[in-house]
Design a binder for this molecule. Structure first.
Ligand SMILES: *Cc1c(COP(=O)(O)O)cnc(C)c1O
Length: 775
């Protein structure tokens, strides 16, 4: 049985007299007999901490005296009327069995809504402990069964029947592993249950993933309801496969696709499979090198038309009209679009609009993200006949709770190209395995079920709250260090507005002093307003783009949002190398910024260790500490290069190199042009050369004017710098100059290699795969 806790919240005074105290104790004993844990609290404060920490609550027995008061939550949000009771409902759902305890008459003083949500009254003095416990136990069991999402519930039932299997997988519930010491180790490591639920598609009761029948189909439909989609598909091979499926199902040979240049490589793989002709929509960038949104003026029908005309490959398309467009939402750095606006803009140009939301599966569950996610694109002003069909692909495993590979495709059909399920299913099957892993299907089902009802908002609010606390703490700490007066005043910053406005009062407050309740409910605090200078982007519309509070970019001294380089700088790579020695692994490191994520797995105050590590770094820096004491592994690996340096000396060397090489300016020149390098063949044609062996590795020094065969992505800019089939420009082009700067950086600073994909590193040089051309 699943672990379950019953909460008993009753005022001390109410149980003080001898009879109720004994009665409560007997009820508790009976409930423990039934297999539940029982938690008894005597104050609203303790009840609240039980509610926030005990996710396994299966029922609650509360006295109105304790449950009905007005609570001021610890973080001073809105006072909660109905206190403990409301909180129970917000955290779990109206389905959680709640019993109100009374020792007297039926009370007419309790508000009507209370009667509507509670399961019943318990008369402590009238009924026997056995009877009371029996009622609570029954309700708790029913609740635990009800809350399970459809597939996981059936899978458990199926497992409980202990069937003998005569079908694949041949490990037969794990038994085959027991015949070998190696297998035995594997079996013991994961435990019997994984193997017993790894069953074949021949088990009809559990339904079929390809046919969307039975409990699997129910689970997908349940997920569609939870995510606000018309249809949802579970995909067991990540958003990578999901992206390929959509393009492969939507685009025919030589049709035009509109691609966010800031796209994941799976999009490019889909384009190769489909034989599509890409036209790129190029995002903006700021001074830190952060990739921004695609400016709205590049999404209008006229701009799209102009971009198609500028793209040589598009001239040979079967039709001048694009059939498909994809936008990365949110970006890696947490920038999310007003998807309703994007739909209005791009809907005029395309029949199918795809939001790659690999990092944003939680968008639907918090009002802070209203209008920001693909399935929200519903409230659009577009009449249905002009609406594209919208897809959203999400890696459930990335920011919800699911096993790696678990992903979902959500669909909202639009009148311009109504979703044709039967047709899509063909492609879905082409990319799927005929032997799906059932625990993986259960993982998709559970990822959805966890977000159902009020839990979704509760869980996302918790992550948002922790992120905001961290963001404010960073600024306050920076202020304290600056005010101390006995040390250099610098500290790390956070990429966020310095001030926010309360829309009710119009008052502006410093970010770090703004009430938590405002920051976590008011999207206006996070939107990139066109006239604000903290974000460093131009070409915006009010409200078009919002920074997601849970994706926190920490800034280092050295450059500002506009790209102005300062004399003193601390490159981010040095900082994150130090953090790694402290076992703190960040999500991404750029030139002067790095990114940390606040996901649902965050524990309260975990960020305290990060603050501490950053303060320690500052201490080492300010005290001219020898590099060997800060990055011992690095110095051991490259003693001749680093042994004589101190931490500030290394920072200065790196910063000076970056400043002299004008990396910020090069990045801007190379990657803000609205037109990418010209393509002479489609990614699909380049791939044909690749499989025919007509490609070769070319050293960066010889790369000018060559046609690349594979996608090249460097961080920064974190977006593809070259796509297959694109011709590299002249030796003096900013793109080549930029790649040379990165290559030289890697040679000069061993141990700090740049993050590059599609680049082979050999002898300290960059090699890139190009199409072999007859010259
Ligand atoms: C990670 C990622 C993917 C691929 O997702 P997987 O679930 O790892 O296959 C696709 N698109 C974007 C934008 C991503 O960040």
């Amino acid at each position: 049985m699943t672990k379950s806790t019953i909460l008993i919240a009753v005022e001390k005074a109410a149980v003080d007299s001898a009879v109720p105290a004994a009665k409560v104790a007997q009820v508790c004993a009976e409930l423990r007999e039934c297999g539940h844990e029982v938690m008894v609290v005597h104050s609203a404060v303790d009840a609240v901490s039980a509610i926030t920490s005990q996710a396994d609550l299966a029922a609650a027995v509360v006295s109105w005296e304790l449950a009905g008061g007005t609570l001021q939550p610890a973080d001073a949000g809105r006072p909660v009327a109905g206190g403990v009771l409301r909180m129970l409902l917000d955290r779990f759902s109206a389905r959680l069995p709640v019993f109100l305890l009374t020792d007297g008459d039926y009370s007419e003083e309790t508000p009507l809504w209370v009667s509507e949500v509670i399961n019943g009254w318990i008369w402590l003095l009238e009924d026997t402990p056995d009877f009371i416990a029996g009622r609570v136990d029954f309700a708790a069991r029913q609740y635990l069964d009800q809350i399970l999402p459809p597939f996981f519930r059936e899978l458990r039932r199926f497992d409980d029947t202990h069937p003998y299997s005569w079908h694949t997988p041949a490990h037969a519930g794990g038994i085959a592993f027991l015949k070998s010491p190696v297998g035995r180790a594997f079996y013991d490591y994961y435990g019997e249950r994984l193997f017993r639920t790894d069953i074949s598609v021949s088990v009809g009761e559990l339904g079929s993933l390809f046919e969307h029948t039975g409990p699997v189909g129910d689970a997908e439909r349940n997920a569609a309801r939870i995510f606000g989609a018309d249809e949802t598909y579970f995909v067991l091979h990540g958003t990578s496969t999901s992206n390929r499926m959509i393009i492969h199902s939507a685009v025919a040979n030589d049709e035009i696709t509109l691609l966010d240049r800031n796209c994941h490589k799976a999009i490019n793989h889909g384009v190769i499979l489909a034989g599509a002709r890409p036209v790129y929509l190029v995002p903006s960038r700021n001074g830190y090198g952060i990739t921004g949104p695609i400016p709205p003026r590049r999404l209008t029908p006229d701009a799209v038309r102009a971009q198609i005309e500028r793209t040589p490959l598009a001239a040979r398309a079967v039709s001048a009209d694009p059939v498909y467009a994809v936008i990365t939402n949110s970006t890696y750095d947490g920038l999310c679009y007003d998807t309703v606006r994007v739909k209005e803009l791009l809907g005029a140009s395309t029949r199918i609009l795809h939001f790659d939301e690999a990092w944003f599966a939680y968008g639907h569950f918090n009002p802070l993200y209203a209008r920001r996610y693909g399935m929200a694109a519903d409230g659009s002003a577009l009449p249905d006949a002009q609406s594209p069909t919208v897809f959203a692909t999400q890696s459930s495993h990335k920011l919800l709770a699911a096993l790696s590979q678990a992903a979902m495709i959500h669909v909202k059909s639009g009148g311009k190209a109504p979703f044709d399920r039967a047709r899509f299913d063909e492609t879905y099957m082409m990319h799927g395995t005929t032997s799906p892993l059932y625990p993986m299907i259960a993982s998709c089902d559970v990822a959805a079920g966890m977000m159902d009802g009020p839990a979704g908002q509760w869980l996302t609010t918790e992550a948002i709250t922790e992120a905001i606390r961290f963001r404010q703490a960073m600024i306050r700490l920076g202020g304290r260090l600056a005010d101390a007066g006995d040390r250099p005043p610098w500290f790390f910053g956070v990429w966020q507005p310095a001030e926010v406005t309360d829309p009710d009062t119009g008052r502006r407050t410093a970010f770090h002093q703004a009430p938590l309740a405002l920051l976590r409910t008011e999207p206006g605090c996070w939107t990139l307003e066109p006239d604000a200078d903290w974000h460093g982007f131009t070409d915006l519309e009010p409200g078009f783009c919002m920074l997601d509070p849970v994706k926190v970019t920490i800034t280092c001294p050295g450059v500002d949002a506009r790209g102005d380089v300062s004399g003193f700088g601390i490159p981010a790579r040095v900082v994150t190398a130090y953090l790694e020695t402290r076992r703190i692994v960040v999500e991404k490191t750029d030139v002067y910024t790095f990114l940390v994520l606040f996901s649902m797995g965050i524990t309260k105050g975990k960020w305290g260790t990060l603050l501490d590590a950053l303060t320690d770094f500052k201490y080492f820096y300010d005290n001219d500490t020898a590099l060997g004491d800060v990055l011992p592994e690095l110095v051991r690996a490259h003693p001749e290069r680093y042994a004589r340096l101190t931490l500030p000396q290394l920072c200065a060397e790196v910063h000076d190199y970056l400043a002299e090489s004008k990396i910020v300016r090069l990045l801007n020149e190379a990657f803000t042009s609205p037109t990418p390098p010209p393509a002479v063949m489609t990614p699909g044609e380049a791939y044909q050369h690749f499989i025919r062996g007509e490609t070769e590795l070319v050293a960066l020094a010889d790369l000018a004017d060559r046609v690349v065969a594979t996608q090249v992505t460097t961080t920064p800019p974190g977006i593809p710098v070259l796509m297959p089939g694109e011709r590299v420009g002249s030796p003096e082009s900013p793109l080549l100059e930029y790649l040379r700067v990165l290559e030289a950086f890697d040679q000069r600073f061993p141990g700090f290699a740049s993050e590059t994909h599609g680049v082979h590193h050999e002898d300290g040089k960059y090699w890139i795969r190009c199409v072999t051309e007859q010259r």
